[in-house]
Design a protein. Structure first.
Length: 126
């Protein structure tokens, strides 16, 4: 198993924390129902990135949009948490539609289970 990335050592987590509790605009590059280009799994929610950001992997900061189950070209909502990956520095924002109830950790884990492995991440909040 790869080395554990502790939260205080994570550049990605420091970047992602800037968005907690704020309205976030995501460009959806992997819409609901699409397939991952290399791994082949199906996206069970809209997944995208925050434009004009730069994460440690050299790409934009990514985010899951826990909104309606339909493909969207973009999404806007409140960042309510972060999927902090314990074994790589590639954290993901958790964004919900503005005015929606904030999901608990179990609901978030269920929503991202198609891509995230239980035990390989923690859900960070404020």
């Amino acid at each position: 198993m790869p080395d554990l990335v502790e939260p205080e050592d994570s550049e990605s987590l420091r970047l992602a924390r800037l968005f907690l509790g704020r309205t976030v605009h995501l460009v959806v590059d992997r819409p609901y129902g699409s397939r991952h280009p290399r791994c082949g799994f199906r996206y069970l929610l809209n997944y995208g990135y925050v434009p004009l950001t730069r994460a440690p992997d050299g790409e934009e900061l990514d985010g899951y949009y826990l909104g309606p189950p339909e493909p969207m070209p973009w999404a806007r909502g409140l960042c309510v948490g972060i999927i902090h990956r314990r074994y790589d520095d590639d954290d993901k924002l958790i964004v919900v539609p503005t005015g929606s109830p904030v999901p608990d950790d179990a609901a978030i884990a269920d929503a991202v289970a198609f891509q995230e492995t239980v035990g390989h991440y923690i859900i960070a909040r404020k």
